[in-house]
Design a protein around this ligand. Structure first.
Ligand code: LRH
Ligand code: MN
Length: 388
């Protein structure tokens, strides 16, 4: 697709969902550094997310995490979001921070603990009803640390039972986004360790169950874009948790550590129709901004995803297919590298200007004085964090 106006249309239509926890304090097990002006509640997190949308024009949805974003009235929170020009996106359940979940949540040997965990997942569907969200995002920290600690198959049975009960509760336009992770916090087995396990559970559940690809959740060297192409072909790619990493689940800004990988992923997305809204792929960020200013980091991440997408949209698919069909390895690779090596910043600046936005979102944000204003106003109270 090298028709410039079609490329601009696709970029103008791209939507990236930002994580509420990306505006709060989050970091590593060694230290979570506080910063001035950090939100103290979900309302302030939404106000910060609105700054990202105002600067980029591409981030109208915010994912929530329960109980990190627990409020009395979720409908009021959703109304507040709409007042800011935002929408509540995926609802992330949290069955990984309660002492009861030491040996697992939905896979725990103790039926009382499993019941408690499933009840939380069902409560998250109630919250979706109240906020108008369609996506229930499920990541399970469940796993074991030592061989023999528990029965892997029995845990899979428990997981399948829990997922089936939640699946039954979903409304017509609601779906499950099942996230996998190779390791951490468990270090011998994770009960949803890889895309294959997530995919198998989703196939068994039905059409309203799809897989989330968190780019930080694979073994080093994993070809993530192959997984993306496969899941898209199966109609089972529900979305992404974009971030980047040099080593493990570093949760750094998307595209910062490996922009070429992000491009290769977006190339498979574009080529397999994953940008089309009807494909239902949720482009979400899942990051921690421990040492960098949080709102600019989210803006930079949105821009990195846009740049990777723009390069993917500029791939000369006709030339690529011709070279592939001819078995011309070097020519095919050259077509892709030409797109990747294209400076798309002027194109994106044009798209932003065309939408009445500042071509430079970071400069636009800095000019608002929001950082200084919130640092002055948000004094006292308790800065929001991930409670780890
Ligand atoms: C787990 C994870 C998951 C979220 C959490 C904040 O590592 O990627 O998506 O619940 O980070
Ligand atoms: Mn994630």
């Amino acid at each position: 697709m090298t028709d410039r106006s079609a490329v601009q249309d696709a970029l103008r239509a791209q939507r990236i969902e930002t994580p509420s926890w990306g505006y709060g304090n989050s970091g590593t097990r060694f230290k979570v550094f506080a910063q001035p002006g950090v939100p103290r509640d979900p309302y302030e997190k939404l106000a910060d997310a609105a700054q990202v949308h105002a600067a980029t024009g591409a981030a109208p949805k915010v994912s929530l995490h329960i109980p990190w974003d627990a409020v009395e009235d979720y409908a009021a929170l959703a109304a507040h979001a709409r007042g800011l020009g935002l929408e509540i996106g995926a609802i992330n359940a949290n069955v990984f921070q309660d002492d009861d979940y030491k040996l697992g949540s939905v896979t725990n040997p103790d039926p009382r603990v499993r019941r408690k965990a499933v009840d939380h997942l069902l409560e998250c569907v109630d919250i979706m009803d109240a906020t108008g969200s369609t996506d229930l995002k499920l990541w399970f920290s469940d796993g074991t640390n030592y061989p023999g600690q528990d029965d892997t198959s029995a845990r899979q049975d428990r997981l399948a039972d829990a997922l089936a009960e939640v699946y039954q509760r979903l409304g017509d336009d609601q779906r499950i986004l099942l996230e996998y992770k190779l390791f951490e916090p468990a270090f011998y087995t994770m009960d949803v360790p890889d895309w294959g396990t997530a995919y198998a559970h989703c196939l068994r559940l039905g059409p309203k169950a799809t897989v989330v690809v968190d780019t930080g959740h694979h073994a080093p060297g994993t070809n993530i874009e192959f997984i993306v192409a496969f899941l898209l072909r199966e109609g089972k790619l529900g979305g992404f948790d974009f971030n980047s990493r040099f080593y493990a689940d570093d949760d750094l800004m998307a595209g910062a550590a490996d922009p070429f990988q992000l491009f290769r992923i977006m190339h498979e997305v574009v080529k397999n129709g994953g940008l089309a809204p009807e494909t239902g792929v949720a482009f979400m960020l899942d990051q921690c901004h421990n040492i960098e200013a949080k709102i600019p980091a989210v803006i930079r991440s949105v821009m990195n995803v846009q740049e990777a997408t723009a390069k993917a949209l500029l791939v000369d698919t006709g030339a690529l297919t011709a070279a592939q069909d001819a078995g011309d390895v070097l020519a095919a690779n050259e077509v892709l590298m030409d797109a990747y090596n294209t400076d798309v910043r002027p194109l994106l600046a044009e798209v932003r200007a065309g939408a009445g936005l500042d071509p430079n979102p970071l400069a636009a944000y800095r000019a608002t004085g929001w950082a200084e204003q919130t640092a002055a106003e948000r004094v006292g109270g308790h800065q929001a964090g991930w409670g780890a």
